[in-house]
Design a protein around this ligand. Structure first.
Ligand code: TPP
Ligand code: SF4
Length: 246
């Protein structure tokens, strides 16, 4: 029988521990497909976050590191400088990258480190129970903002990707979403482009992915896809934010 669909080579045959409908599972598959298609399995190094994806090294069949919470950009910098022929990517949630890891990330982008970041924006601290993250939008219900995030009390969300686009050393930044087959395909394309930017040595590259967390959003998968489209994208519009590659 002809096989028409299979697991990417660079994903281990291990079942994901993620909740049903979680964006992390889809994103892992997309990254695996891109690694296979670009023939990077022996060359790439991934750095998982602290967060729901902390065990990503159990799933990717590639060299993996592990950084403490928020420090992935610093570890990526070190690895890439010592091993310049390797492709290095970090995989980070919004709490990891936009709260505790803000400094590392902004400085890595400003220095133009030739690494790639996959920034998974699900608008909450998923692993620890759905608390407000720097990316929780105004009005969003989280366990620490019952009744909704209020500007006067909680401040405004941070659009980290737009901030990083201001840094001279960033070469390519795009925001995509996991909420429709078309947007999932665009996410895959953006990941491939980010790796190409790194292969060409053009500077810091980042793909922010609006990603469903049905468990903490207390929604069904279908509702979470709709919420991304109808609510989240108003604060975090998808599209290319910076592209200096010409
Ligand atoms: C230094 C430190 N502080 C706090 C924590 C607890 N902690 C673990 S994961 C996490 C937040 C994860 O949220 P996010 O980065 O948005 O990823 P998600 O789980 O939503 O994928 C926190 C605060 C930790 N592990 N280390
Ligand atoms: S809590 Fe949210 S981010 Fe974490 S695995 Fe479940 S759905 Fe995914």
């Amino acid at each position: 029988m002809k096989k028409v669909f299979s697991r990417p080579k660079s994903l281990k045959p291990a079942p994901f521990h993620y909740c049903p409908g979680c964006g992390h599972s889809i994103l892992h598959r997309l990254i695996g497909e891109v690694i296979d298609e670009m023939n990077l399995q022996e060359r790439i190094i991934g750095i998982p976050p602290a967060g729901c994806a902390v065990l990503a090294y159990n799933y990717f069949d590639i060299d993996m590191g592990e950084a403490s919470h928020g420090r992935a950009a610093a570890l990526a910098t070190g690895l890439k400088r010592v091993l310049p022929d390797r492709i290095v990517f970090t995989y980070q949630g919004d709490g990891d990258i936009a709260a505790i890891g803000t400094a590392e990330t902004i400085h890595a982008a400003a220095r133009g480190e030739k690494v790639t970041t996959i920034f998974v924006n699900n608008g909450v601290y998923g692993m620890t129970g759905g608390q407000m993250a720097p990316t929780s939008i105004l009005g969003q219900n989280t366990t620490t903002t019952p009744g909704g995030r209020k500007e006067s009390r909680d401040g405004c969300p941070i659009n980290l990707s737009e901030m990083l686009a201001v840094a001279k050393g960033s070469a390519y930044i795009e925001r995509t979403a996991i909420n429709s087959p078309a947007n999932i395909l665009k996410t895959k394309k953006a990941i491939a482009k980010a790796f190409q930017v790194q292969l060409k040595g053009l500077g810091f590259s980042l793909v922010e992915v609006l990603s469903p967390c049905p468990t903490n959003w207390k929604m069904t998968s279908v509702e979470s896809w709709k919420w991304i489209e109808e609510v989240m994208m108003k604060s975090f519009p998808i599209g290319v934010i910076k592209d200096t590659t010409g």
